[in-house]
Write a protein that binds this ligand. Structure first.
Ligand code: FAD
Length: 495
């Protein structure tokens, strides 16, 4: 990191107007130079759903605040672009709302800027009245078992990044030559991966799946996918919509062990509602004889998937030559306690599952962004109260997965981001957030970045990348053909 310059908050002068740049922008936003208190300058770190929903709420409920969004990639939208499965285009419609926010005169997008590397949180704190950390949970959780690093074992995070065109994962090139794949985990991400492995190619071809992934999947030999969970059917982490989609996936049939579901019908009425509906579907699908049409369909399927309960991985087994994974050793478990809080304990029995392709889908993990920002490593979150970072000076906030941990869908993230934005607005109103000095905001940070050789990507730059991706996609019947390489993205917008 370059040393801090003593003059770094000097505002650059606009050679045409002879005014400083932040004044120029404030005039552009239609506000008077004589306003009594300085304009609140706020920045958000991360342009996923948390960043955009936080910005949206702030802009909507404060008529003057300027909100700048810093993003490490040249492209916005976080996991909406790089996490949500390609065959869920309807989920990605939130991008339209985010685009409206980004086009606000009072919002700037600064892509291609990694906070913590290109600019520090402390430098942002000096340039802005408030910082909202919304940088998600980008790291993966490790299984912590022998053999985890063998070829043939992939983290869900990397595999998802690969099929979604995340530049960091473009060389993953997973080996899909095994007929059986095992996914360790029973959440929605595990179901996304199972669907991607088993979907008929003609369904994937029409999505924005990255081209190398589409090609690799077209050569895939995977026919059977197991989703393995430490606990039982009452504790699965996926949701009903994703389960239904899996059950109905063309060309595939589910495999169940009916004994896993015996007796569950009797306790259905006592379950809380979402769990009740999910379990009903599981029990129905596992225990009811399929109708004639469905029976014929299932008999014709060449691919299958199954849920394996009460199994916890204890080792990845190496092939005879030790060079790659050839299976996974599972500890058979039983439950202590009941319901959501039941814990799995080993029975002492083990079982080996042969397979050449293993995914660990046990969750994502946030990482600390700066030694000066409090972080709880065990929970993997920034300690906070309603989004106000605890143990930090006023003006530091957090939202999204880094605030509450890597669980929950986009609407959950929306609610918690609105809560954080509301806390910030209340602090502005109550005076808890000091506005007595004006702050230079993005103009000062831009100057600093320029000195460090970092050229931020604006939202209109992103719209150029978007236009190229959409046009490339149109040629092959896809909604977009994602550019997989950061340099290529930057070339498209180079001035
Ligand atoms: P993110 O979306 O991860 O955004 C964080 C952003 O911060 C990223 O753009 C990242 O590049 C940026 N960033 C990170 N570090 C820095 C830094 N140092 N400096 C600057 N920027 C930085 N929800 C649904 O509702 N439907 C779905 O179908 C669905 N599918 C999902 C599939 C997967 C595989 C995953 C993992 C999640 C899915 N979700 C889905 C959940 C949803 O994606 C999350 O709720 C949401 O993305 C969390 O938002 P966030 O902004 O906290 O994090």
């Amino acid at each position: 990191m370059a040393p801090r310059c003593s003059w770094m908050w000097r505002l650059p002068r606009c050679p045409l107007l002879g005014r400083n740049l932040s004044t120029t922008r404030r005039l552009g936003a239609g506000r008077s130079l004589s306003s009594k208190s300085p304009t609140p300058q706020i920045c958000v770190v991360g342009s996923g759903p948390a960043g955009f929903y936080t910005a949206q709420h702030l802009l909507k409920h404060h008529s003057e605040a300027i909100v700048d969004i810093y993003e490490k990639l040249p492209v916005p939208f976080g996991l909406v672009r790089f996490g949500v499965a390609p065959d869920h285009p309807e989920v990605k419609n939130v991008i339209n709302t985010f685009t409206q926010t980004a086009r606000s005169e009072r919002c700037n997008f600064l892509g291609n800027v990694t906070v913590g590397r290109d600019v520090t949180v402390e430098e942002l704190q000096r340039a802005y009245h408030a910082i909202v950390l919304s940088y998600g949970a980008e790291d993966k959780k490790e299984l912590g078992i022998p053999g985890e690093k063998l070829p043939g074992v992939y983290s869900a995070r990397d595999f998802v990044g690969w099929y979604n065109g995340l530049p960091d994962n473009r060389y993953l090139s997973p080996d899909l030559s095994s007929e059986t794949a095992v996914i360790l985990g029973q959440g929605n991400v595990a179901l996304d991966i199972a669907r991607m492995l088993l979907s008929p190619l003609e369904l994937l071809e029409k999505t924005d799946v990255a081209q190398p992934a589409l090609e690799a999947l077209s050569q895939s030999r995977v026919k059977k996918v197991w989703l393995v969970g430490r606990r039982g059917p009452l504790q699965v982490a996926f949701t009903i919509k994703e389960l239904r989609e899996m059950i109905n996936l063309p060309g595939t049939r589910p495999i169940y062990d009916p004994s896993d579901f015996q007796g569950l019908g009797d306790i259905l009425k006592d379950l809380p509602r979402p769990r009740k509906r999910l379990t009903e579907l599981l029990v129905k699908s596992a225990l009811e004889e399929p109708g004639e049409k469905e029976a014929v369909r299932r008999a014709q399927c060449t691919r299958e998937w199954g849920l394996r309960f009460f199994r916890s991985p204890i080792a990845v087994l190496p092939s005879e030559d030790g060079k790659r994974a050839s299976g996974v050793r599972l500890s058979v478990t039983r439950l202590e306690g009941s319901g959501e809080s039941a814990v799995s304990v080993p029975t002492g029995e083990t079982e080996d599952m042969p397979c050449g392709l293993i995914f660990s889908s046990i969750g994502y993990r946030s990482v600390p962004i700066s030694p000066g920002v409090p972080f709880l490593p065990r929970q993997g979150i920034i300690p906070n109260s309603m989004g106000r970072v605890l143990g930090a000076p006023a003006g530091l906030y957090c939202s999204g997965w880094v605030k509450r941990g890597p669980t929950g869908v986009i609407t959950t993230t929306m609610t918690d981001s609105f809560d954080t934005a509301q806390s910030l607005l209340e602090d502005l109103k109550s005076g808890a957030l000091n506005l007595s000095n004006s702050r230079p905001g993005a103009s000062a940070i831009r100057e600093l970045l320029l000195l460090r050789g970092v050229d931020p990507v604006s939202f209109s730059d992103w719209e150029k990348i978007d236009a190229v991706e959409t046009a490339q996609g149109l040629k092959v019947g896809k909604p977009r053909e994602k550019i997989l390489n950061t340099e290529e993205m930057l070339q498209l917008v180079s001035r």
